[in-house]
Ligand binder design. Structure first.
Ligand SMILES: Nc1ncnc2c1ncn2[C@@H]1O[C@H](COP(=O)(O)OP(=O)(O)OP(=O)(O)O)[C@@H](O)[C@H]1O
Ligand SMILES: [Mg+2]
Length: 180
């Protein structure tokens, strides 16, 4: 069985950038290869582990620290993990990186606010613009871009499949995944 080495693919990017979409494709591909993979998706985590938390800086930080805590537990026991939450603050992402020293792979899922707003998959940008939703990342709340991520996927220029393949290529190249 491949995937015995644990690692964390830490996705970060705006709402609608493509984190969930790409994570699903990666899960399919890893399962095809009989590799283990667990996903901690922001939307799912906010329904259970972080239920009740809001979107203030403090609550966002708490949410991300919980995700990092679980990702660390899994990845240090050989289970590869994908985290797919906006994780807007650099400082907290770096905290997660320190915690998972050596098996933390930061992936900037990059798309402009304009592109994400154009997609508006969940209709949230419209609500943010109208003021119905406050503290919306990229509109009325900060997003701090990664400075030196291991991978950047440009989702305005790529298909989801190409973005997923870029990540698979990285994992193979760096020995996290055996070649198919
Ligand atoms: N290269 C790409 N990778 C991922 N998604 C893409 C790409 N190109 C276009 N898309 C489209 O962008 C949208 C991304 O939505 P998705 O729900 O995955 O975003 P998200 O980052 O998970 O947002 P949220 O933080 O709100 O959960 C989808 O409609 C997807 O089809
Ligand atoms: Mg998502």
């Amino acid at each position: 069985m491949t995937g015995e080495k644990g690692f964390t693919l830490w996705f970060t990017g705006l709402s609608g950038a493509g984190k969930t979409t790409i994570s699903k494709l990666l899960v399919e591909e890893l399962h095809r290869r009989n590799a283990r993979i667990e996903v901690l998706d922001g939307d799912v985590i906010r329904e259970n582990l972080s239920k009740g938390l809001g979107f203030s800086k403090e609550d966002r930080d708490t949410n991300i620290r919980r995700i990092a805590f679980v990702a660390n537990l899994l990845s240090r026991n050989g289970v590869p993990v994908i985290t797919a939450a906006i994780s807007p603050y650099r400082e907290i992402r770096d905290e997660a990186r320190q915690m998972m020293d050596g098996r933390f792979i930061e992936i900037y899922v990059k798309a402009s606010v304009e592109a994400c707003e154009e997609r508006d998959v969940k209709g949230l940008y419209a609500k943010a613009r109208s003021g119905e939703i406050k503290e919306f990342t990229g509109v009325s709340d900060p997003y701090e871009e990664p400075v030196d991520p291991e991978i950047t996927v440009e989702t305005e220029a790529q298909t989801p499949e190409e973005s997923a393949q870029q990540i698979i290529d990285y994992l193979e190249k760096h020995g996290w995944l055996s070649h198919n």
